[in-house]
Design a binder for this molecule. Structure first.
Ligand SMILES: Nc1nc2c([nH]c(=O)n2[C@H]2C[C@H](O)[C@@H](COP(=O)(O)OP(=O)(O)OP(=O)(O)O)O2)c(=O)[nH]1
Length: 157
């Protein structure tokens, strides 16, 4: 199965808004706000929708920060491939609120709780939070990280 997904990191006053995910894949971990792009939906609309659904805010002026690929293997075969578009939002409308999917929590951008996040995040999220665009691919075995590469994207002009 191939999935197109989104992750949004809302940043304001030196802090980043994460969610503690209550259910589904990665439950208990902190993450950006996101989920699957639905049929017929564009990636930006999906990113905005997930922010509304999960924490009740509407991000404004989303900045595309890169693409992550997560390849999950089970017993030597590809079980699923996830293409995840990452965005920063420096402005938003509304007040973050808890939902049945997620609890919103603000962290200082230098106090991100990487020990309680997907183990690949420490390899790319600091770059994104410092304004760098990235492309990365990570391989998992039964969702345990087994390898990966991160590239910083630079303008070639
Ligand atoms: N930061 C980070 N996020 C990850 C990793 N792996 C991974 O699937 N995700 C994110 C991408 C998506 O935003 C989200 C997908 O989780 P999910 O399939 O449970 O989606 P969901 O229930 O939240 O969304 P949905 O089905 O409601 O659309 O998790 C990872 O290694 N690091």
């Amino acid at each position: 199965m191939i999935f197109i997904e989104t992750l949004v990191y809302v940043v304001r006053d030196g802090r980043v808004l994460l969610i503690r995910k209550k259910r589904g894949l990665g439950a208990g971990y902190y993450n950006g706000v996101g989920g699957k792009v639905e049929e017929g939906e564009d990636v930006v609309s999906a990113a905005v929708r997930e922010c509304r659904e999960e924490v009740g805010i509407t991000p404004k002026n989303l900045e595309w920060m890169g693409l992550l690929e997560f390849w999950n293997y089970e017993d030597g075969r590809v079980e699923s491939v996830h293409f995840v578009h990452v965005f920063l939002a420096r402005e938003f409308d509304g007040v973050p609120r808890e939902s049945d999917e997620a609890e919103p929590v603000w962290f200082g951008v230098n106090e991100v709780p990487y020990d309680n996040m997907w183990s690949d995040d420490v390899m790319w999220l600091p770059k994104v939070l410092s304004g760098k665009k990235v492309y990365a691919r990570f391989d998992f075995d039964h969702w345990r990280l087994i390898g990966g590469q991160v590239f910083e994207l630079v303008r070639s002009t």
